[in-house]
Structure formats: C-alpha cells, structure tokens
Design a protein around this ligand. Structure first.
Ligand SMILES: Cc1cc2nc3c(=O)[nH]c(=O)nc-3n(C[C@H](O)[C@H](O)[C@H](O)COP(=O)(O)OP(=O)(O)OC[C@H]3O[C@@H](n4cnc5c(N)ncnc54)[C@H](O)[C@@H]3O)c2cc1C
Length: 485
C-alpha cells in the first residue's frame, strides 16, 4: 500500500507529539505520525517499573504551551506523565494522524521527485515531502554480556520491560546495574524481597530529591492566571544555574560534589558501605541522580551491595568476581539502553544515494542537531548534541520544532521544494561545538559515560545554556541552506 502525506513524523514521544501539535497550529494538516508501538508515549509508555518518575520538575517537564496547574507532585511519576501526553494528543486532535504498529525501517530519498519514501516493517510505503525523526535515544534496552546469562532458570527481565506478572514478595532478587532506573526501583523491591543483592559496577552521584505532593490549595493557586507560568519560569532559571558548572567552569561542580557527599554521609552511617558507594569520577560527567530513598534502601538488613563484578550467571545463582555464589530467584537488569544516535542504530536504513551511516562514519553530527547535509528535508528532534544534563529536554524539543516550522516557512516563501544544509555550515557549527565541549566536565579525567561515542567524543549533549540554543535556533539562516526547486 502507498500513502502520500505531505509530512511524516516518526515516533509519538514528547518530540513527535510536539511536532504534530505545532504543525497543526501553523496550518499544516497533511501529516502522519508513525509509531512502532501500539500506543503513544515513548519513554513514559515503555517504562512501567515501580518507582519510575521524572527527575525534572513536572512544571518544567511539560509543554510550555500546555501548562498543567494540576500536577500532583514536584517530580511526576510515569503514569501521570503518560496521562498528560495522552491528554495533549486528545486536546490537539492528533488521533486521526497517529498510525500505530508502524515501525519505520527505511527512508529513501528520491532525488528526481524530491520526495522521501518511508517504508514500514509491514510493507507500507509513505511518499512524503519531509520527514521529522522523533525516535528518541533511549528505547532499546541494553542487556549485559555476562557468561551464562541465558542459562538462568528463574524470571529475568529488563527494567524497561518490567514483568508485572512476577511477584517479588519474599523472593531472592538480584539487581544488575545502579543507573537512573535502578536508583528508582531498588527502594521498592527492597521493601518486598526476602533478600536483595545489588550488583554495582559504577557508583552513581546522587543528590537529594526535593520531591513533595502539591497540596490542593497550591494547585488552586497555580490555576490562577500566570501562576503556573511564574512557577515554571522560576524552575527554569534554577535549573539553568546548574549549567554554570557543566558549561562555564567545571570547578563549580565542587559545590555539587559537596552536596552529594553530604547526602551520602547523612544517609549511610556505615563507613565501609559508604566507601563502596562513593563515586571515583568527576561529578557531572554522568547524569547526576536525585533520590532520597535509594541509600536508605541499601542500608537495610535484607540488602547487600556487591561491587566485585559478576563473573558468571548460573541456573539459579550469580557468581561474583570474588568467587561468592549467591542464590537468586529473579534477576532484574537495570542496565540502561543502547543509545540510538538519531538514525545511526542500523535499524533504519536512510539513504540519499549514500547511507546516512556512511555520512556519519567519523561521528554522528548535524547542524544544530536538526539537519544533516546531503539529506534534504529530513529533520531530527533531540538529534546529535542536543541532549541535556541539567534541564528539561522538552524545552529543547520545543526550540527544534519551532526551527523546523521556520524551515517549512522558508520553503513556502521561496517556492522551493526542499532544503539541504550546506556541508560547510554543518562543519563549522560542529567544529565550534566540539572545541567548546573538549574543555568541559564530560571529558575530564578519562571520564566514560554514554554521553561519549566509541572514540570518546561527546555526540550527545548541548554544551551551553538552553536559552542560548533557543536564541540561536529562533531564525533559520537561509545562507546555511541550499534550496532545491
Ligand atoms: C527510564 C527513563 C527515565 C527518563 N527520565 C528522564 C528524566 O527524568 N528527565 C529527562 O529529561 N529525561 C528523561 N529521560 C529521557 C527521555 O527519553 C526524554 O526526556 C524524552 O522522553 C524523549 O522524548 P522523545 O520523544 O525524543 O523520545 P521517546 O520518548 O523515546 O519516544 C520515541 C518514540 O519513537 C518510537 N520509535 C522509535 N523508533 C521508531 C521507528 N523506527 N518507527 C516508529 N516509531 C519508532 C518509539 O516507540 C517511541 O514511542 C528518561 C528516559 C528513560 C528511558
């Protein structure tokens, strides 16, 4: 079957939904949203593990044009965010545009027709003038390469595919990994399991989480004209100050380090355990986590932290590198995700003569994270170097969506059919970006994190303040693009 929408959006997370809403507002109604899953929501649909919540305050982790005075708490839980996204889709009438169960597997540019052919796994082809990729970076679970993993006979699952049919009450549970997800679900498991063994490879930096439920009175106040906006602005600027340490002077990260160490000291009285939980790398080089209940969970009598590494998984046990064998009934992998750099995960072939993966053989890059030279009218949301370590990515998504709409307006104004960013504009932008990044915390002291690619280059984060990105993407510089008629 062949369909010809003017525009195709891939993914129905925050990025895809925002693009769709703003397209409609700008008067473009001829578009589809292709989503591989059976419903919308991206991250907040897939991750249903106990305790799953956002670490950006609710009033900032939402659309600026769709404020929600009714957020129940400072840091929203997964279900509330998913419901917010569903409500947005409903309010802005996205239903007729959404196509579920449509996994995009190929993007082929027809240079003569100036069209993209978007192929889905079930054989449908959408011929479209422009494509916006909102595929997200963190939705392919990563399972560790551990000898014997397949031999384990008990229940075993990844946090992003939580098996709710497995009752952990009274079980001997092992958690592998201590990243952002594990820090949220470990306290919940610890309450129920007979015994919990947490296998930690790298200790995360953790700061207090100023979370609380908003009293009804506060919600009523926030519903007054301008109140929710004022709170959002206050949160925005508070979060931006965190960028001073990330981006201006890494020495400022010492303040963050002191806060985190004090938190650890307060919550973990045992010096031996504390030593094992103290990170040995610069704070900020990996995402700083927020939690008030993770450390207390690790001090429980039924919880043990193993830092020796896992050498083997057996039918009913885990053997650690110190030679200790621990019998377990269930293994939960909190081992994060295979980071999908834009379309560079080999799951989607994308070509205009040459493949996009070949264009990226020296590293994934784009112009402002949005456009890649040689691939006209293909736009990325949260593309290369536009992720954040300090503020809400929804802010970046909104900036990028506005930029894409500006690109479409440029096409309408000039009568061109497509635009292609000039290679020199992309080169110049990325050279400056990487020069700036090389001096910052993510490259300090041999720090390794998923922010860096296999060559140790940061292709993930925006190295500055988010308002700087917002200001620089407000207008499209026509000189940066080649217009194709
Ligand atoms: C557990 C977890 C917790 C997080 N917590 C935070 C947090 O606290 N703060 C924060 O700022 N960020 C957090 N993030 C990052 C989060 O992913 C982003 O904040 C945001 O949700 C990204 O939105 P997105 O629309 O770009 O991607 P996603 O939400 O990942 O949505 C992408 C969508 O595209 C679909 N898709 C992918 N490939 C295809 C394809 N080939 N064809 C069709 N559809 C496709 C996916 O199914 C998905 O629905 C978290 C991520 C995870 C996994």
């Amino acid at each position: 079957m062949r369909t010809s929408p003017g525009m195709t959006i891939i993914g129905s997370g925050f990025a895809g939904l925002c693009m769709a809403i703003k397209l409609k507002e700008a008067g473009y109604h001829d578009f589809v949203i292709l989503e591989k899953a059976g419903e919308l929501g991206g991250t907040w649909r897939d991750n249903t593990y106990p305790g799953c919540a956002c670490d950006v305050p609710s009033h900032m982790y939402s659309f600026s044009f769709e404020l929600n005075p009714g957020w129940s708490r400072m840091f929203p839980a997964q279900g509330e965010i998913r419901d917010y996204m569903r409500a947005c889709a409903e309010k802005y009438g996205l239903g007729p545009h959404l196509r579920f169960g449509k996994e995009v597997v190929s993007l082929e540019y027809d240079d003569a027709a100036r069209d993209w052919r978007v192929g889905t796994a079930d054989g449908e082809v959408f011929t479209t003038n422009a494509v916006v990729s909102g595929v997200g970076a963190l939705h392919v679970p990563s399972l560790p390469e551990i000898a014997g993993r397949e031999r384990f006979r008990g229940a075993a699952f990844h946090s992003a595919a939580w098996d709710h049919s497995v009752d952990l009450t009274g079980k001997r549970v092992a958690v592998v990994g201590t990243g952002a997800s594990a820090v949220q679900f470990v306290p919940r498991i610890a309450e129920r399991a007979a015994h919990l063994t947490v296998y930690q490879r790298t200790a995360p930096w953790i700061q207090p989480k100023p979370d609380f439920a908003f009293p009804e009175r506060t919600k009523r106040l926030l519903a007054l004209p301008g109140a929710a906006r004022a709170l959002r602005n206050a949160i925005y600027w508070a979060l931006e100050t965190r960028a001073l340490g990330f981006t201006v002077d890494p020495r400022l990260m010492k303040v963050h380090e002191a806060v985190a160490l004090r938190h650890l000291e307060r919550q973990v009285p045992d010096p031996g355990l504390r030593a094992r939980l103290t990170p040995d790398y610069t704070i900020g080089c990996k995402r700083i986590l927020l939690s008030d209940d993770y450390y207390p969970a690790l001090t429980r009598e039924n919880v043990e932290v193993v830092t020796d590494g896992i050498s083997e998984i057996r039918e009913g046990s885990i053997l650690d590198a110190a030679g200790r064998e621990t019998e377990v009934d269930v293994i939960v992998y909190g081992t994060g995700f295979k980071v999908v750099d834009a379309l560079n995960d080999q799951r989607i072939t994308c070509r205009n003569g040459r493949k996009i993966q070949d264009a990226w053989q020296d590293g994934v890059e784009a112009y402002y994270g949005v456009a890649v030279s040689g691939f006209p009218n293909l736009f990325f949301l949260l593309g290369p170097n536009t992720g954040l370590g300090h503020n809400s990515v929804v802010f970046m998504i909104e900036s990028q969506v506005r930029y894409v709409i500006e690109c479409l307006r440029l096409l309408s104004r000039t009568g061109a059919r497509a635009l292609d960013v000039r290679p020199e504009a992309q080169r110049d932008f990325n050279d400056r970006l990487q020069r700036r990044l090389s001096a910052l915390v993510w490259n300090e002291g041999g720090c390794r994190s998923w922010y860096l690619d296999s060559r140790g280059v940061n292709r993930t984060l925006w190295p500055g303040f988010t308002f700087e990105y917002w200001a620089r993407t407000r207008k499209v510089r026509p000189g940066a693009y080649r217009l194709i008629r």
